[in-house]
Design a protein around this ligand. Structure first.
Ligand SMILES: [Zn+2]
Ligand SMILES: [Zn+2]
Length: 256
């Protein structure tokens, strides 16, 4: 099941390289400074991480500057309720988290997966207890070929190891290769990914009434998560939450 979404051979090559790396002294994920354990950050880089903490929008997880009371939602969610039920993220998307995620995605720092999974476990505590299975946002197979692995699937599998939840890397499928979302406005992003995902045929009966937790690396405008949640809800899922490493927070968005 897992090999479908991940590609086994690249992972074997990665594992071999990982083994080699294990013989070398561990290096900070960000700056390369010596650290105690593989996949760690040095104390200086750790301090720079902008972890997202409560108070948050109950729905999309946007951090509020001030406590707004139990169940408060942000202006955007109040105006239009998203298809997903709740989204949470570990940290703000900034230069540091961008570098961390890019290294994880394109370069050679798959050893970050256990640390990322530990962070996801903390940020997603409330969501994990309330789901039947974890599912990554899928990559289109062309992109999967060029990227060699789906970073969201790696996160989902690593997080599943820390919980008793099953992971379904192939629950969703990407119907078309959407152009990169970079440089697009929120509206363009929504149009770009609308209808781009579908529940795979073999899960058609299974998904009815299920509570799913979607995993991805970054939530930018939420358009991709929305498109996935919409496909799952249309297929009959009872609830869809989302958990990401980073989330874009605009400076002017932290008000209700
Ligand atoms: Zn460092
Ligand atoms: Zn919100």
């Amino acid at each position: 099941l897992r090999s479908v979404a991940l590609g086994v051979r690249p992972l074997v090559a990665k594992a071999a390289r990982g083994l080699l790396k294990a013989l070398l002294p561990p290096r900070c994920l960000k700056c390369g400074e010596g650290v105690e354990a593989q996949g760690d950050l040095c104390p200086a880089c750790w301090r720079q991480i902008d972890f997202i903490a409560e108070p948050l929008c109950e729905i999309c997880g946007l951090p509020f500057a001030f406590g707004a009371g139990e169940g408060a939602v942000c202006g955007a969610c109040a105006r239009k309720r998203p298809h997903f039920d709740r989204a949470r993220a570990v940290m703000r998307y900034d230069q540091l988290s961008r570098d961390l995620i890019l290294a994880f995605k394109h370069a050679d720092r798959l050893d970050a997966a256990p640390v990322f999974a530990a962070w996801l476990g903390r940020a997603g505590q409330g969501l994990l207890g309330n789901c039947d299975a974890l599912a990554p946002v899928p990559l289109h197979r062309f992109r999967l070929l060029s990227r060699r692995y789906n970073q969201a699937a790696v996160l989902a599998i690593e997080l599943a190891k820390r919980t008793d939840k099953p992971v379904l890397p192939d629950l969703l499928r990407r119907l078309r290769a959407t152009p990169s979302q970079g440089g697009l406005s929120a509206r363009e992003r929504r149009t770009n990914v609308r209808g781009a995902f579908a529940v795979r045929h073999r899960y058609r009966d299974w998904v009815v009434g299920r509570r799913l937790l979607l995993l991805d690396d970054v939530m930018t405008t939420g358009a991709t998560i929305e498109a996935c949640a919409r496909a799952l809800k249309q297929a009959g899922a009872a609830s869809v939450d989302a958990l990401t490493i980073a989330r874009v927070v605009h400076a002017d968005a932290c008000t209700i």
